[in-house]
Design a protein around this ligand. Structure first.
Ligand SMILES: [Fe+2]
Length: 215
């Protein structure tokens, strides 16, 4: 099986003026495509790994032969993280809905507190990386990862993410990551995030013990 770019469920210009058409097109057709191509190249000659879902490879990096482990971590992570990220973008995003809205209030007191903490994680991620809302042992948690590292590799379940690599905002915002983050909140797909949350809580019992994870 060859890994492929997933189909986008939005048009390149749907997120204008917050995320511009050119950034979307370059980000998806050049950057994301490059991760997919390098992932396929790394898997050449490893027939046993080719049919394993990328999320499963990332969950257990130690099982990957050492000579290609970093390539899978970086390019497999790049492929999975971006595939996850695209689904969380939407024209005319709104405020949180459903169960995730309640869960955020329970954990962070208010949506504004959550927004501030998540924004801070995104702003302070030094260099290239991602900000995440994840489920960790049954609890919501905000975290960051460097490069293309994925929370799946730490046994956590991603619920929401924001790409803060410069390639995700430089064409429109230049150095101004803060402005990009502020505007990104306007195109967040909370229906999808709520689905991710409901899926994640199914895999934890009352004591927060994880069952078999499947994303
Ligand atoms: Fe990216």
């Amino acid at each position: 099986m060859k890994h492929e770019l997933p189909k986008l469920n939005i048009e390149y210009d749907d997120l204008e003026p917050y995320i511009d058409k050119e950034t979307m097109e370059v980000h998806y057709t050049k950057h994301h495509q490059a991760y997919v191509d390098k992932l396929n190249a790394a898997l050449e000659g490893h027939e046993d790994l080719k049919n394993i879902k990328i999320s499963d490879l990332l969950r257990d990096l130690n099982k990957i032969p050492e000579d290609i482990r970093n390539a899978i971590k970086n390019n497999g992570g790049g492929h999975w993280n971006h595939s996850f990220f695209w689904l969380l973008l939407k024209k005319n995003g709104a405020d949180p809905v459903g169960e995730i809205s309640e869960a955020i209030k329970n954990k962070f007191r208010t949506f504004d507190n959550f927004k501030e903490e998540f924004t801070n994680a995104a702003l302070t991620r030094f260099g290239s990386g991602w900000a995440w809302l994840v489920m960790n042992n049954g609890e919501l948690e905000i975290m960051g990862t460097a490069n293309q590292d994925c929370p799946l590799s730490e046994g956590k379940i991603p619920i929401l993410t924001l790409d803060v690599w410069e390639h995700s905002y430089y064409i429109k915002y230049l150095w101004n990551r803060a402005e990009y983050i502020k505007n990104w909140w306007k195109v967040v797909n909370w229906e999808k995030i709520n689905e991710n949350y409901k899926k994640a809580i199914k895999y934890f019992d009352k004591e927060g013990i994880s069952k078999k994870l499947r994303i």
